[in-house]
Design a protein around this ligand. Structure first.
Ligand code: PLP
Length: 451
């Protein structure tokens, strides 16, 4: 046999089938948020922009930007280049060292948030973990108020801080977490209508503060705009009122922008839509668009000043990782050079129009909520009664049918309980948005037929 033929044979033998790769993943690795026996991972072979390709070379339209983090889309050449350059130059420096990308990023984060200094973590959970700790150290108080329909991460403290049922398995978790209700206007927990309510979603927090002891509460931790519990866009005066409440009692406002920040709503911070400034911002996902793991806790000047003379108890081996910081710097440069936020504004208007039309067209759609390219369709059995198409913390045959249909059309979109999210990469074009929304419409027609 010729050497060439031997080489070809060896290459063929080495080439493993998609099934083999998936099986190895299943045999030797644990999958997040899964009963392992039911985990059914798809193989991702390659990706570009708003698309990725599976093990059978099917092209998928990524309508959830993976975990609502790949804001500049898959395999952006400028971010890849910056990572390669940094790897060649300096791959790692301990967290006590200064590096160029770390300083550049810190300065940029101060500029875009109006805050003072950034502490770096590896992701959102750790960012919230450290934000709560910093708030406790700075205020000398212990309790943290969070909201029920929230997710702040999967480490012990951030999972406890999360309000939704994902926290149940770690309860009682860390002490001192107290919860409040959300500005969920479609299903107002106070039975009110947004036009006539008295913003009970804020005023009841004052009662909680009174009952818990104003001097015990270090911070109120909220998602800028609630993401994985259904894009809860608050009334315009919600944040000014919440900010005033924090100021009245000397409580810090921690704004978790892990999902809603860095362009997802068309601004660096979702709370910038409401003209308020938090004391602490946490961010991750869109900070690097997922190209490298990175999270951050960005603090106000008074907090930064405090730590000039007090120990910042905490540190991580990979804090301020130079390659992650270089990826973030390149990613933030892409936002500006390619007018990504402007695209969010433009496509966000188109998306909102399409969603509103969808709400009118389909009986199974109770509500749609969006801000920028951060949106959700909430499904119901009946528009008048608002009975959810799947129970809270549960699923239903109809929701499963919808999810299966989207999958069959190779549309990758996130569904949970009775909701379907539309959160594509921020580089999406109108034509690509239309492509995915047309598929969703066909799926909703099937649900309507089944009801
Ligand atoms: N905070 C919010 C609002 C999130 O949506 C998430 C993740 O989805 C996190 C925190 C946790 O971030 P990570 O998964 O990077 O730890």
């Amino acid at each position: 046999m010729s050497t060439q033929l031997v080489e070809i044979e060896a290459a063929q033998a080495a080439e493993r089938t998609s099934q083999e790769i998936v099986q190895e993943n299943r045999d030797y690795t644990l999958f997040s948020w899964s009963v392992q026996g039911a985990a059914n991972p798809m193989l991702m072979k390659r990706a570009e922009g708003v698309y990725f390709w599976d093990g059978d070379d099917n092209r998928w339209l990524d309508f959830s930007a993976q975990l609502i983090n790949m804001n500049v889309g898959h395999q952006h050449p400028k971010v890849l280049e910056a990572i390669k350059k940094q790897v060649d130059e300096l791959c790692f420096a301990g967290p006590g060292f200064a590096t160029e990308p770390r300083g550049v990023l810190g300065k940029k984060l101060a500029e875009v948030t109006g805050l003072a200094k950034a502490f770096f973590t590896l992701g959102g959970s750790e960012a919230n973990e450290n934000a709560m700790k910093i708030a406790r150290l700075f205020t000398g108080r212990n309790k943290i108020i969070t909201r029920y329909r929230s997710y702040h991460g999967a480490t012990m403290g951030s999972m406890t801080a999360s309000g939704d049922p994902r926290r149940w398995p770690v309860e009682p978790g860390i002490p001192g977490v107290v919860r409040a209700f959300d500005p969920y206007c479609y299903r107002c927990p106070f039975g009110q209508k947004v036009e006539t309510c008295h913003r009970e979603c804020v005023s009841h927090i004052e009662e909680i503060i009174q009952m818990e002891g104003p001097n015990e509460i270090a911070a109120i931790l909220v998602e800028g705009i609630t993401g994985s519990n259904g894009i809860l866009v608050p009334p315009d005066d919600y944040y000014p009122k919440l900010r005033a409440l924090c100021d009245k009692y000397g409580i810090l406002l921690i704004d978790d922008e892990v999902m809603s920040g860095f362009g997802r709503t068309g601004k660096y911070l979702a709370t910038q839509h409401y003209g308020i400034k938090p004391d602490i911002v946490t961010a991750a996902k869109g900070l690097t668009s997922g190209y490298m793991p990175l999270g951050t806790v960005i603090v106000s000047d008074p907090i930064a000043q405090y730590f000039e003379t007090h120990m910042l108890y905490g540190g991580l081996t990979y804090s301020g990782h130079p390659v992650s910081c270089a990826a973030a710097n390149a990613n933030l440069a892409v936002y500006e050079e390619e007018q990504i936020f402007e695209n969010v504004d433009t496509q966000g208007v188109y998306l909102a129009d399409r969603l509103n039309a969808i709400k009118d067209k389909f009986d199974c759609v109770g509500d749609v909520r969006s801000i920028g390219l951060f949106s959700v369709i909430e499904l119901v059995k009946d528009k008048a009664s608002k009975e959810p198409l799947a129970p809270f913390n549960g699923t239903s045959a109809e929701m499963a049918k919808l999810a299966m249909y989207l999958k069959s059309q190779h549309l990758y979109a996130f569904t949970r309980f009775n909701m379907l999210w539309v959160c594509p990469p921020l580089v999406i074009t109108q034509q690509q948005l239309a492509e995915g929304l047309d598929i969703i419409e066909r799926g909703l027609a099937l649900v309507d037929e089944a009801l």
